[in-house]
Design a protein around this ligand. Structure first.
Ligand code: ZN
Length: 203
């Protein structure tokens, strides 16, 4: 934004620029949010700023499943209530939130932090596949559920993982096809997700 041409105070411009970098926030939304924040009490602004900083300073990735956590290993990996014979593979940490919300799955997770996408230059070494294979070696895991998104990238990733994991003698399943193509897990509703997990099929 060229502030020589706008009558906006520089701190407002700066916030608009930063908000505009967020996914799904266009210039208009960024402007609306910035002016909204300008009107909130200073205390509320401080809470937001603190939350943002804590997000970076007080979180880390779980050393086992790569979920976002305050202390590694994460609470799911540490729990003795979870079924350790199953690992559900997801693309992003927020997919775990969606699946946990359904309460139908009680196994462990592994977060890839992305999906294979030749068009976007994401290769097999750019996501946490090596770590997954290391984790599976010599483990007592009996089933791996491929819960990558029902998108082109998600399907490609699932196919690639199936090729690597099947030879290890581990059962590989995929979310039921009931999910419409293009579905991203984090946006799927509970009923659909529950059906997808319960109806999972051999890959
Ligand atoms: Zn973990």
């Amino acid at each position: 934004m060229n502030h020589d041409l706008t009558p906006t105070a520089e701190p407002v411009n700066k916030l608009i620029q930063e908000l505009n970098k967020l996914p799904g926030i266009g210039p208009k939304s960024a402007q609306r949010l910035a002016y909204h924040l300008l009107r909130v009490p200073e205390e509320q602004a401080r809470l937001l700023a603190d939350a943002l900083l804590s997000l970076k300073q007080k979180t880390t990735l779980c050393s086992i499943c790569f979920n976002v956590t305050e202390s590694a290993p994460c609470s799911i990996c540490r729990s003795d209530q979870r079924d350790r014979s199953r690992i559900c593979i997801v693309e992003q940490p927020q997919d775990i939130l969606a699946l946990e919300h359904t309460k139908v799955y009680n196994g462990l997770y592994h977060v890839l932090h992305g999906a294979i996408s030749p068009t976007e230059g994401v290769g097999t070494d750019d996501i946490r596949i090596k770590e997954l294979l290391e984790r599976l070696q010599g483990s007592s895991v009996g089933e791996v559920i491929l819960a990558t998104n029902l998108t082109l990238e998600g399907e490609q990733t699932a196919m690639y993982l199936n090729k690597l994991i099947s030879p290890l003698g581990i059962r590989v399943t995929r979310l039921a096809r009931g999910l419409p193509f293009g579905t991203e897990l984090e946006y799927a509703d509970d009923v659909t997700l529950t059906r997808a997990i319960e109806g999972r099929q051999e890959f």
